[in-house]
Design a protein around this ligand. Structure first.
Ligand code: B1M
Length: 212
């Protein structure tokens, strides 16, 4: 058993109080923060999701696992953020309307922040009008980031892009999209500027988008 297995096991069992010290221990032992994320925390959520699909775990188990994962990412956060980086741009992020999943969105926010972006997080269940209102009130935003985890809420990404178009703001911002059910084909269909499969790639792409 590696420390990553211990972290994954604690998240799967929803043991929030075990996760934070284990993540800290891994950091103290010199583990790479991104490896702790990719080899410990994220695989745990995949296993919980697979068990949910198989009828072996239920919503409460997903919820406690999510809280345990959040305790781990909280410890990792300062280690993922680049110390003292100059802001390279401004972004706004949210999980789309009807969707309460926020772990992936939070990771994308953290990784984009780690590249030196100033990111405003609108939270979960963000309606298209909320994105638009934010853009109307902040004319210096470079990138809008939409996350969706449910096949039923994916269309809200398209609705958000249309609302931004209808408000006459589409040429002022780039739109990045992602989340487990989202694909490049879907991103093309709804007219997004970029799709990335994970938080690390999202951060790299965000920098490319502002640098043209
Ligand atoms: Co939900 N849930 N859930 N859930 N849940 C899934 C997504 C599901 C796949 C589980 C399953 O069936 N196997 C399934 C969706 C099926 C589908 O539509 N295809 C599902 C379901 C059905 C539901 C409910 C409907 C269950 C019910 O009530 N019957 C319900 C819906 C509630 C709602 O939103 N309206 C529900 C509720 C919940 C909880 C509240 C209990 C909890 C969420 C808690 C929280 O987020 N605070 C929860 C959880 C934890 C999950 C699973 C187990 C884990 C999600 C997660 O955090 N993954 C999930 C199964 C799974 O994913 N294997 C599942 C880890 C996270 C790091 O990955 O979010 O994919 P992810 O983010 C990745 C990438 O996708 C990407 O980067 C991230 C990291 O690299 N990414 C982006 C994400 N956003 C991006 C944006 C970008 C770029 C990349 O650019 C802007």
């Amino acid at each position: 058993m590696t420390i990553y297995d211990d972290i994954s096991s604690a998240v799967q069992r929803g043991k929030r109080k075990e996760v934070a010290p284990l993540v800290q221990q891994a950091l103290d032992e010199g583990c790479d923060p991104v490896a702790i994320l990719n080899e410990g925390l994220i695989p745990a959520m995949t296993i919980v999701g697979d068990k949910f699909s198989a009828g072996e775990a239920f919503v409460p188990e997903m919820l406690v696992a999510a809280r345990a994962m959040a305790a781990g990412t909280e410890v990792l956060k300062p280690h993922l953020a680049a110390a003292g980086a100059e802001p390279v741009g401004k972004a706004v992020i949210g999980t789309v309307k009807g969707d309460m999943h926020d772990i992936g969105k939070n990771l994308v926010r953290m990784m984009i922040e780690s590249k030196g972006f100033e990111v405003t997080d609108l939270g979960v269940d963000v309606a298209p009008e909320q994105f638009v209102t934010f853009l109307q009130e902040h004319d210096d935003v470079d990138i809008v980031c939409c996350s969706a985890l449910l096949t039923t809420t994916m269309p809200e990404i398209g609705a958000t892009i249309r609302a931004i178009e209808e408000a006459g703001l589409r040429d002022k911002v780039k739109v990045m999209v992602g989340g487990a059910p989202v694909t490049q084909a879907f991103a093309d269909e709804v007219g997004a500027d970029a799709y990335t499969p994970d938080a690390g790639a999202a951060a790299v792409r965000a920098v490319e988008l502002v640098r043209g």
